[in-house]
Design a protein around this ligand. Structure first.
Ligand code: GLP
Length: 241
């Protein structure tokens, strides 16, 4: 595990964008595992700028997102599908047919999870970008999830619902209570993993992930066993290391 501590969110975003741009420059047809949330926003903004400048092309890139809320359609402004289009896909030269995200309104969640798991198996990721939840979750794999899990539907924890309420006008009651997430075993199957974390609210989760026991109680702790895992964290998120 490589830990890079940077001063602030701007430096974290630049580090993550440069990391991903280097992967794409090296392998223009790479599959990228992508994440949502505030953590990758700055990174995505920079990738859009690199692409607009002609420094990088996503024309042959495929993407696989980690997760989606159950019950939100892709055109719902709170869905992760919408987030990805607005913050990345609509502003780069990627073919939308090569962008994948679980369908939160599939008639059968079980079949949708099986379909997505097949896709994850068929598209080896050159890198998986991750944020981290305040409770140590990765994707929507909440504490207690088996470390070898595959794509599945989850009940979100109260902690996660409260943490994500800010994206729903501050109202926890508006946050969907279920989601579909790539499993921990699938996250671990990416060739490289890049986790980014910013702010003091993430300090305990980062400490548990980096220094704690490898345990389902902190899903991100499993990353200690990955052969090529990098954390880029700002000083506040690193404050308990
Ligand atoms: C959500 C997402 C995670 C993300 C986490 C942290 O729960 N499912 O993939 O890592 O939030 O989000 P943020 O980056 O906004 O702190």
């Amino acid at each position: 595990m490589k830990i890079t501590v940077v001063q602030n969110y701007a430096e974290l975003s630049a580090g993550a964008a440069e990391y991903i741009a280097a992967v794409v420059a090296d392998r223009p047809n790479a599959t990228l595992g992508l994440a949502t949330g505030n953590s990758p926003l700055g990174c995505y903004k920079l990738l859009c700028e690199y692409c607009a400048r002609g420094d990088i092309s996503f024309a042959h890139v495929t993407t696989l997102n980690l997760d989606e809320y159950v019950g939100l359609t892709a055109d719902n402004a709170d869905s992760y599908a919408y987030f990805m289009r607005k913050n990345l896909f609509d502003n780069i030269d990627i073919d939308p047919r090569n962008t994948h995200i679980p369908n939160g309104v599939a008639p059968s969640l079980q079949q949708e999870c099986a379909r997505y798991a097949r896709l994850v198996g068929a598209l080896p990721r050159a890198v998986q970008l991750l944020g981290i939840g305040v409770n140590g979750h990765i994707g929507f794999n909440e504490p207690g999830t088996p470390l070898n899990s595959v794509t599945h539907a989850v009940q979100l924890s109260y902690d996660t619902i409260c943490a994500n309420a800010a994206h729903f006008g501050g109202s926890a009651t508006r946050v969907p209570t279920r989601a579909i997430t790539m499993g921990i075993g699938e996250i671990m199957s990416a060739e490289r993993i890049l986790l980014i974390a910013s702010g003091s609210a993430k300090a305990q989760a980062v400490k548990d992930a980096v220094r704690g026991d490898i345990s389902p109680l902190c899903p991100a702790s499993v990353l200690q066993t990955h052969a090529d895992c990098t954390f880029i964290v700002d000083e506040q998120a690193a404050s308990l290391l």
